[in-house]
Design a protein around this ligand. Structure first.
Ligand SMILES: Cc1ncc(COP(=O)(O)O)c(C=O)c1O
Length: 371
């Protein structure tokens, strides 16, 4: 298996821990261990007593019980815990795909969602989301892309990098279609819960469709990326068994302190999500004003959910712009070329508390450029 470099990760690695203003982070503002422990009396003592042996390979039962509460039809046995969403993506593809399989991937997307399949010898077709449609991919187009050899469809909603959220009716129709055709659906739902309009929240794919695998993680909606805990939820026992068998060759089991802290966080998940949505809503109103004022420099499709968006830069090469911005003003934006997207877009992240300051730095930079 030959994997090319993960462009986005390599780009971030140059700046993430040395740049003052990360204006393109995909996760929400995190919290300290101390703040997390303060959510519940006795949590700190519990952590101190925690035994540091191996944990259960599928994930601690109590953690899986807590995760199963996120869904409407999932039992703990239908959850498989991983070290981050990334491990789950890797193992799903290794477990379920063969060379020559056809795969349809909602695109632009997080690179591993297609790259691992490609490296396994699968044929990948992109189901493209376009800005002129508000980043909505077209369901009829998806139907036309399906072939007899189509093994799986990979989707991501709420979407990285556009912040697009599929409508409930379209999401249900998609689930029904793949179920009728016997195609696996891998549904990346790492931003689920961060819908700006709570009425727009979708059912999880695994609750709608026995052929669907829902992907969740502590990193995005809950802002706890350092825990490195992710999971899949599915009724499909073949997927669960095969992925569990492969996990014996990767991480075997997750870190005990991370499992403990994730379980604690999930007991208070509503509170964590509300706090992150509060940061997002405040920052989005600043971004609306910024894009209204700078309409000659940017095209802005307002996101519907999540912590990122994918605006378009007008009149200047986006890679060059991002490079000059970070080196002169210390503000990091992620050029869309890291997604192999040719449209001169960039990723903007707005779930960090210092976003107003970062945006002010960007404005100042634009002012200097104009002057
Ligand atoms: C859409 C999407 N899926 C999966 C992942 C992987 O999540 P993690 O880094 O927590 O494993 C990311 C991370 O950026 C992502 O944006």
């Amino acid at each position: 298996m030959q994997l090319p470099p993960f462009k986005l990760e390599r780009y971030f690695s140059q700046y993430e821990f040395s740049t003052k203003y990360l204006l393109c982070s995909s996760d929400c503002e995190s919290i300290s261990v101390s703040d997390l422990l303060s959510l519940e009396p006795g949590a700190e003592q519990g952590l101190k007593r925690l035994w540091l042996g191996y944990t259960e390979s599928a994930g601690a039962l109590t953690l899986r019980q807590e995760i199963s509460r996120i869904y409407t039809s999932m039992a703990p046995e239908q959850i498989l815990v991983h070290s981050g969403a990334e491990e789950a993506i890797f193992l799903f593809m290794q477990a379920m795909l063969q060379p020559g399989d056809h795969l349809i991937v909602h695109w632009p997307c997080y690179q591993s969602l297609f790259e691992i399949a490609r490296s396994l010898g699968c044929e990948v077709t992109f189901w493209e989301a376009r800005p002129q449609n508000g980043w909505a991919p077209d369901l009829d187009e998806l139907r036309r892309l399906v072939r007899p050899s189509t093994r799986a469809i990979i989707i991501n909603t709420p979407h990285n990098p556009t912040g697009y959220l599929m409508p409930q009716a379209g999401f249900r129709a998609l689930n029904q279609f793949v179920q009728e055709r016997g195609i696996l659906l891998f549904s990346d739902e790492v931003y689920r819960g961060l819908e700006y309009d709570p009425a727009g929240g979708l059912s999880a794919a695994c609750d709608l469709n026995s052929n669907a695998v829902s992907l969740g993680v502590m990193s995005k909606s809950y802002g706890l990326a350092g825990l490195r805990i992710g999971w899949i939820a599915t009724h499909n026992t073949t997927v669960l068994t095969r992925m569990a068998a492969l996990k014996d060759y990767t991480t075997i089991c997750s870190s005990a302190p991370s499992e403990y802290l994730s379980e604690l966080a999930l007991r208070h998940r509503q509170q964590l999500v509300e706090r992150n949505l509060y940061i997002i809503r405040g920052n989005l109103s600043l971004l609306d004003a910024f894009f209204a004022k700078n309409g000659d420099r940017f095209e802005w499709v307002r996101p519907k959910a999540g912590s990122i968006a994918f605006p378009r830069l007008v009149g200047e090469d986006v890679e060059l712009f991002c490079h000059k911005l970070v080196s002169t003003a210390g503000v990091l934006l992620l050029p869309g070329t890291m997604y192999d997207h040719p449209g001169n877009h960039f990723r903007l992240g707005f779930a960090r508390k210092n976003m107003p300051e970062a945006l002010a730095q960007l404005e100042e930079y634009l002012g200097k450029q104009a002057g």
